[in-house]
Design a binder for this molecule. Sequence first.
Ligand code: NAD
Length: 254
Amino acid sequence: MINEMFDIKGKKAIVTGGTRGLGLGVAEGYLESGCEVVIVGTSDKVYEVAESYQKKGYACYGVKGDLGDRADVYRIFGECVEKLGGDLDILVTAHGIQRRHLSEEFPLSDWDDVISVNLTSLFILCQEAAKIMLPKGYGKIINFASMNTFFGGQTIPAYAAAKGGVAQMTKAMSNDWAARGINVNAVAPGYMRTEMTEGVYNDPKRLESTTDRIACHRWGTGEDMKGACIFLASHASDYVCGCVLPVDGGYLAK
Ligand SMILES: NC(=O)c1ccc[n+]([C@@H]2O[C@H](COP(=O)([O-])OP(=O)(O)OC[C@H]3O[C@@H](n4cnc5c(N)ncnc54)[C@H](O)[C@@H]3O)[C@@H](O)[C@H]2O)c1
């Protein structure tokens, strides 16, 4: 049955950034599909969000930590897997930060923060996930890339470098693991209305220029990420390897 290809009921998932924005959309999509989901966030909000879904009858747990701190990434991953009973089927790396300065003034400390949170932590999380997925010959990894995977933007050299790196790392890991049962892919959201993009959204000029280029002529939301991330987490995408899937309302195509 074709519907079974998209069925992810009972799968165990980690969704970083799951407390808000795009990660929350993905986590909700997985919960609604019958997955057990651990969300990761920086504040106690992660427990509140998890509890709000538990009250609705979903199997949702929270782990708080700093994915910008290497040692903490390992601790966070370990706690997530513990909450999932020692197993993992799906990893979604939907956390991230943004820092803006002209390239000539960009502080090295901000460069380090963005690279640590937006790239290095993904490398560690994917590597740790693979250690569970490779022995059982099954797993789905979905990394969050960006439009800045494809172009450089302005005042965001670290973010663009990290998101370019996410795409290349995704392809490299896919090449190493595809024949051993792990699909590693990335999604590249377009202009999505979240806390991260509040500044751009609230600038009437930039809102108009970006919206004009979006073929759907509207900004996306976490809800718009659900379908692509369920597809990439399901058997329907078993032959999709190392791709960067734009979920951008047609922004790139224009
Ligand atoms: N919003 C957009 O238009 C857009 C476009 C392209 C890509 N993205 C990417 O999508 C992902 C989600 O973005 P969003 O718009 O939902 O952002 P957001 O700012 O709304 O949410 C970011 C999430 O990341 C978590 N996070 C940030 N730093 C962390 C850290 N050090 N440790 C642990 N968790 C941390 C936060 O707790 C939060 O849950 C990011 O990777 C972002 O780069 C967003």
